[in-house]
Write a protein that binds this ligand. Structure first.
Ligand code: SF4
Ligand code: SF4
Ligand code: SF4
Length: 352
């Protein structure tokens, strides 16, 4: 009898089983895992229960969602390290702390080393598992670019996964890190990316297309502005000056014109929501450099010029989110924030 997995292309997938080993022990709030439980295109349940044609059998190991606890759950991480879960997709959630800038203690960990009795740091897990993973995925803005936890002045020196592993990192399948930003990640954006990778593992799709910031191109190729329900008001220069107005929100702080995000098209759940569509300004939560680079006090000075800015200027990263044995001083961080702002302003000015 033909299995469900063989019905898409008439041949079985290249691999029968794929494990997803998901660590939420970065600096974060587990919000991306919670968000993904709302996915419907596809849902976690559909993927795990084999309801989608063409997929290998999928085993999910996520500490928030797993039925196993303690050592029983941790065993999957040890098995992945020993090469017994081959292939596996390694998902990282939360910002990556810099464990080399302090003299004692640790910033983040999962599990305890049975030999030393010491916590196994999140960085150690990344060092152990990323080189063995078939693909490595960063879920949410903390894991992709550092996010809220990497704000200027934080003591952990934390950073995004690509800052930690290197932007040129390649998995054993020669796949770059796959970044799916968002705070939290839009549920269907994550599950659609996971589905693509599972089809790729099955030999049923080509290399996942990523942009220069390692985001799936089909999800992050447009701006918030390009999909916004309020774009007609923008076109007519009809702007809101207070919350509660149905008009374009750019004059009260919307970053939509320079932000790559599809929620104005896709919504949050079942097509409903999408920040500016429902009255909230876009705060640029998907972007490299969020939140420092997009702070409101900086925005307020730009006014009309930002709306004509080159969106590429907003892609620049915060340089103080990086490896090293010293924590970047807040003065240096502030310098980078202001530099980033100058890039936006000067680019905007150049386009006037
Ligand atoms: Fe939480 Fe946002 Fe960080 Fe995800 S990106 S861990 S939702 S703070
Ligand atoms: Fe663009 Fe924001 Fe205005 Fe929508 S509300 S049209 S995203 S500037
Ligand atoms: Fe984040 Fe802006 Fe997208 Fe809302 S519209 S999810 S604030 S990037």
């Amino acid at each position: 009898m033909a299995t469900m997995a063989s019905t898409l292309s008439g041949r079985p997938p290249d691999v029968k089983e794929v494990h997803i080993v998901w660590i939420t022990a970065g600096l974060g709030c587990d919000g991306d895992t919670i968000s993904v439980t709302n996915a419907e295109q596809p849902s976690i349940e559909d993927v795990i229960l084999g309801a989608i044609p063409g997929l290998p059998k999928v085993h999910l190991h996520n500490p928030v969602l797993a039925k196993e606890v303690g050592n029983e759950f941790m065993e999957y991480f040890y098995r992945a390290e020993r090469g017994e879960l081959d292939p596996f997709i390694f998902v990282v959630e939360g910002s990556i702390p810099n464990e080399t800038i302090k003299r004692e203690g640790y910033w983040a960990a999962q599990g305890t080393d049975p030999e030393t009795g010491q916590p196994i740091t999140t960085c150690e897990w990344i060092d152990r598992l990323a080189p063995k993973a078939w693909a490595v995925v960063a879920a949410g803005t903390c894991a992709t670019y550092g996010g809220i936890h990497a704000m200027e002045g934080n003591p952990t020196g934390c950073m995004g996964l690509a800052d930690y592993l290197g932007w040129d990192f390649r998995s054993v399948a020669d796949i770059p890190i796959v970044n799916v930003p968002g705070c939290p990640v839009q549920p269907d954006n994550f599950m659609e990316t996971a589905l693509y990778l599972l089809y790729q593992a099955a030999g049923l799709s080509p290399m996942i297309p990523l942009d220069e910031r390692l985001r799936p191109t089909w999800l992050f190729g447009k701006t918030v502005h390009e999909g916004c329900d309020r774009a007609g008001y923008y076109e007519q220069s009809d702007f809101a000056h207070e919350y509660g107005s149905p008009k374009c929100l750019v004059k009260i702080g919307c970053w939509g014109p320079v932000v790559n995000c599809n929620v104005t098209k896709r919504g949050w759940m079942r097509g409903v929501g999408g920040c500016p569509n429902v009255g909230g300004i876009c705060i640029a939560c998907t972007m490299p450099g969020f939140p420092d680079k997009f702070r409101r006090d900086v925005f307020g000075r730009r006014g009309r010029r930002l709306r004509r800015a080159n969106p590429q200027a907003a892609q620049h990263h915060q340089q103080y989110r990086q490896q090293g044995t010293e924590l970047a001083a807040s003065g240096a961080a502030s310098h980078h924030r202001l530099s980033a702002t100058n890039v936006l302003v000067s680019t905007a000015t150049a386009t006037l």
